[in-house]
Design a protein around this ligand. Structure first.
Ligand SMILES: Cc1cc2nc3c(=O)[nH]c(=O)nc-3n(C[C@H](O)[C@H](O)[C@H](O)COP(=O)(O)O)c2cc1C
Length: 199
């Protein structure tokens, strides 16, 4: 589930909301999965990975991650990303371009406080994406962190939220005979301009 909070009343958000509730009604599994592609300026490569989108609050799309991970370094040097959702239950794709930044520490603290102890133990024990000699090492670090955590455990500074604000949306809806509908919303001089694309 994605928590939708005070969505803007503008056209792309109306469309997003309509598709989200259609997918939810069709019991779309993994509805919160979103692929984030970022640019690594040191290797000149683009990388993608899924994350779980937790909130869309106003025009901010929010997920949580490790602030020392490869993606974090990529966001730091190049804050433009593209994001992608596919909901097979309704055969709809949403393509986004956006700028990304960290959420406020207070927002990350609040989310951390409301998560399970187990999820937080892993956020603390994992040095995300760094090589490790065995999976057992991962399990042991998790277990010992879990056992040593206080009930009011603070969020580690290397873990927190990311918020991105799309400036481009493309909604793709699959229909029979490939008569697919592609609807683009892009910002021009502060307002959304709608355009249809050939399938
Ligand atoms: C469905 C799905 C959801 C995921 N959600 C998150 C997430 O919310 N945050 C996160 O850091 N990694 C998440 N991951 C793991 C990432 O895809 C990725 O392996 C990890 O963040 C390391 O990425 P990086 O090396 O590019 O920084 C998820 C993976 C999948 C398949």
């Amino acid at each position: 589930m994605i928590e939708l909070i005070n969505l803007p009343s503008e056209a792309p958000y109306k469309k997003l909301e309509a598709l989200y509730y259609q997918a939810l009604k069709k019991n779309q599994r993994g509805i919160e999965a979103i692929s984030i592609s970022s640019y690594d300026s040191s290797s000149c490569e683009v990388e993608s990975r899924f994350v779980n989108l937790k909130y869309i609050q106003g025009n901010e799309w929010i997920f949580f991650s490790n602030y020392s991970s490869p993606k974090a370094n990529q966001f730091e040097s190049h804050d433009q990303i593209s994001a992608l959702i596919y909901w097979p239950a309704i055969n709809a794709q949403i393509r986004l371009k956006a700028k990304i930044q960290k959420t406020s520490p207070e927002f990350s603290d609040l989310h951390f406080k409301n998560r399970s102890k187990e999820k937080n133990a892993l956020a603390i024990s994992s040095t995300q994406s760094s090589p490790v000699d065995s999976f057992e090492t991962v399990q042991k670090a998790f277990q010992s962190t879990l056992e040593s955590m206080r009930p009011d455990q603070d969020r580690p500074e290397y873990w927190g939220g990311y918020s991105f604000t799309p400036y481009y949306f493309e909604f793709w809806e699959g229909h029979e005979n490939r008569l697919n509908k592609r609807q683009v919303f892009s910002t021009q001089e502060g307002s959304w301009v709608e355009q249809l694309l050939q399938p």
